[in-house]
Design a protein around this ligand. Structure first.
Ligand code: ATP
Length: 181
């Protein structure tokens, strides 16, 4: 069973996901793979950082549920192992549409920033370069339109504690509904 948090870069997917898995014991965070370099100050656990050669070999071995190229770098979601619980994926809206196609019963939650100004501010505070920020902002609105078409729910990530509360509530309700068949 797959739960997806999707949304534009810098909206807070990683931050919210980390809190949500602490609160929902049956949920395991799936770590994405990337060929991009680790950012200064970024946790080495944020992604599985690999070389392009290793990534391509994993693609050829059928290791990924979905993968894509963004800004010249590769990003991929490993196929979930068949455990008892559910996995939480934090991916972009394009990845979410792939998950919806492959696993239609997945729960997909779209995260949106309170405004594009707030989104810019969060990326700047995180230390992202101006070029990176402009590139992300240029596609953010388009990504949110796509997210709205694929998501079961949209949550605005304003106050972090409220967002986590809301997302946990949606996931728990979904888990209860599924267990009742
Ligand atoms: N609700 C919030 N209020 C204030 N700051 C937040 C909130 N959520 C996340 N942030 C901050 O915004 C920045 C971006 O968050 P995060 O790295 O989780 O985004 P992301 O969507 O995972 O980004 P990417 O897709 O680029 O990896 C971080 O510095 C984080 O601390």
């Amino acid at each position: 069973m797959i739960v997806v948090l999707c949304g534009p870069g810098g909206v807070g997917k990683g931050t919210v996901a980390a809190e949500v898995v602490r609160r929902v014991p049956m949920l395991e965070l799936s770590r994405s793979w990337t060929t991009r370099a680790i950012r200064p100050g970024e946790s080495p656990d944020a992604y599985t950082f690999v070389t392009r050669e290793r990534f391509v070999a994993a693609v050829e071995a059928g290791f990924f549920l979905e993968w894509e190229e963004f800004g010249g770098q590769l990003y991929g979601t490993p196929r979930p192992e068949g455990g008892v619980g559910s996995v939480l994926l934090e991916i972009d809206a394009r990845g979410a549409t792939t998950v919806r196609r492959l696993e239609p019963s997945s729960l997909i939650i779209g995260l949106e920033p309170p405004s594009l100004e707030v989104l810019r501010d969060r990326m700047a505070r995180r230390g992202d370069g101006e070029h990176h920020i402009e590139r992300r902002l240029a596609i953010a609105s388009e990504e949110m339109v796509l997210a709205r078409t694929v998501a079961d729910h949209i949550v605005v990530n304003g106050d972090l504690a409220n967002t986590v509360e809301e997302v946990v509530g949606l996931i728990e309700a979904w888990m209860v509904a599924r267990s009742r068949g």
